[in-house]
Design a protein around this ligand. Structure first.
Ligand code: HEM
Length: 496
């Protein structure tokens, strides 16, 4: 891998020598990319590879704003990208994203699917193909009533999570590496919604295939940035990253296919015996739409993948911050107890009476947006943003980490202050913190994710006082395609 880095740097140096470096700000009325500031290809490559920049991509956003202002260009491997780090400018991009927004090339993800003859899922498909599956899934994932119906299923997963936390407690109630438990919770949660059956991630002994699936997601995310930064001809020369990346995807596709086939076969046998089938789960809905099975497999694989790290990171950061802010934790517990009026298990409807809980999750996602940088490629036409003409097909990176930590938008931006979202006098630009994205291509799992987080956090706070590890250190985020905790988080769960 070291050799690969050096070769990449040489490639960057070569392009730099060809004159791909940045120019000064221009004076024309509408400026072009030539006028846009930004690091030279060589210096950006240096930041990325020599200074562990791939895991610090979110911090590079902050440095970029300081050096170049709200818009700058940089070359990421073979790709030139325009960075936009101002809420109003992000709004300008998203308002021009067109009928079928394209997030980015995610080129290595697509290359893998082409290589293996898989179909695309919602994360990777484009155009009409994306639109048709989005409309089908939207009916079951975006309508509030449809999502509320998953609360019983999710509550049973939360019950198992609480039992597992109890089991994992050591002296003084310490649970080490909480994220590892929340990965399993995320996978069990999304599986229960997709298959309406449990796959044992929270059992005392976790099935080996589950551990391998989670490991495959982690490694695949690490390899994503690397495989995207490498031009495809380098994959032949230095095959290791690409091969590992493919093995991870192979395992994820096999895992999803295995579960889908098992579930649908059991259903078919029931029908064969004349029994009534009452499928209320997403895989069933998808399989009834007439989509080819290859499309069902790829969509379920991508939904499973999307539901694991996102939930795990948000759960980990929420409890990390709440453990360090006992006063917020106490107010939140009071809110939950009063909303439940003596009951122990919240329903989806109860969440309407928990504004502080919602504000807490918003604040956590502002500080630690799971997707620290999103992207758009506008293929239909050139657009203007912040006075620059951006040619069609340019990759535009939306720097959400930078905007959500911008002191001009949020006072004390590095502080955890959920109440800022409840204070009517404090308003923020609506595009300053958009952890689920905005518009047609925004997160389709948002409602399910929020419900899962609300049900889990409220129950945990009723069962435990959550305290920091007395020997713990403060934990920073790092980028692994997604934003995740850099170190393990250990917390005390004191029985209430
Ligand atoms: C805290 C949890 C989550 C966060 C912060 C989050 C965030 C995001 C973001 C920022 C996007 C890109 C939106 C855009 O490009 O405008 C996205 C897309 C997506 N998310 Fe999530 N997500 C979360 C949980 C989930 C869950 C649980 C699922 C699965 C049930 C899911 C499924 C998806 C899918 C399939 C897409 C692609 C949508 C499309 O392209 O049409 N997400 N998510």
């Amino acid at each position: 891998i070291c050799g690969t880095f050096w070769l990449l740097i040489q490639v960057f140096m070569h392009r730099w020598a060809e004159g791909a470096s940045a120019g000064p700000e221009g004076t024309k009325a509408v400026r072009t990319l030539d006028d846009m500031p930004g690091p030279s290809v060589a210096s950006f490559a240096w930041d990325l590879f020599a200074k562990r920049g791939l895991s610090r991509l979110h911090e590079l956003q902050l440095e970029g704003v300081q050096r170049y202002g709200p818009m700058w260009k940089a070359s990421f491997g073979p790709i030139l990208t325009v960075h936009v780090a101002d809420p109003a400018l992000i709004e300008q991009v998203l308002r021009q994203e067109g009928q079928h927004p394209m997030r980015s090339d995610l080129s290595s993800w697509k290359d893998y699917r082409k290589l293996r003859g898989h179909h695309y899922g919602l994360l990777t498909s484009e155009g009409e193909e994306w639109q048709s599956v989005r409309s089908l899934l939207g009916k079951h994932m975006l309508r509030p009533k449809a999502v509320e119906a998953y609360d019983k299923t999710l509550n049973s997963v939360v019950g198992d999570l609480i039992a597992k936390l109890r089991l994992r407690r050591r002296s003084q109630g310490l649970v080490t590496d909480i994220a590892s438990e929340f990965y399993r919770f995320g996978l069990e949660g999304i599986s229960s919604v997709l298959f309406e059956s449990r796959i044992g991630c929270l059992d005392e002994v976790v099935p080996e295939e589950t551990e391998r699936f989670i490991q495959s997601i982690n490694t695949m995310f690490v390899m994503t940035l690397l495989t995207m930064a490498m031009p495809s001809w380098l994959h032949q020369l230095f095959p290791k990253p690409w091969n590992i990346f493919c093995q991870c995807w192979d395992y994820m596709f096999d895992f999803a296919k295995g579960h889908i086939d098992q579930r649908l076969t059991a259903e078919a046998e029931k029908v064969g015996r004349g029994e009534k089938v009452e499928g209320r789960y997403l895989t069933y809905f998808l399989s009834q739409t007439g989509l080819p099975m290859k499309t069902v497999y790829s969509n379920v694989t991508e939904l499973l993948l999307a539901g694991v790290d996102t939930i795990s990171s948000t759960m980990s950061w929420s409890l990390y911050e709440l453990s360090r802010h006992p006063e917020v934790q106490a107010s939140l517990r009071d809110e939950v107890l009063s909303a439940l009026g003596g009951r122990r298990i919240p329903t989806a409807a109860d969440v309407a009476h928990m504004p502080l809980l919602k504000a807490t999750v918003k604040e956590v996602l502002r500080l630690y947006p799971v997707i620290p940088a999103n992207a758009r490629v506008i293929t239909e036409r050139d657009i203007q943003v912040g006075g620059y003409l951006i040619p069609k097909n340019t990759l535009i990176t939306l720097c959400h980490f930078a905007t959500s930590r911008d002191p001009a938008v949020f006072s004390n931006p590095d502080e955890f202050q959920p109440h800022r979202w409840l204070n009517k006098d404090q308003t923020h630009h609506p595009y300053a913190s958009v952890p689920f994205g905005v518009g047609k291509r925004s997160c389709i799992g948002r409602r399910i994710a929020e419900l899962e987080l609300y049900l889990a956090l409220s129950r945990i706070l009723m069962e435990f006082d959550v305290k920091p590890d007395p020997e713990g250190i403060s934990v920073k985020p790092m980028t692994r395609t997604l934003l995740v905790p850099e170190n393990v988080i250990n917390l005390q769960f004191i029985e209430r």
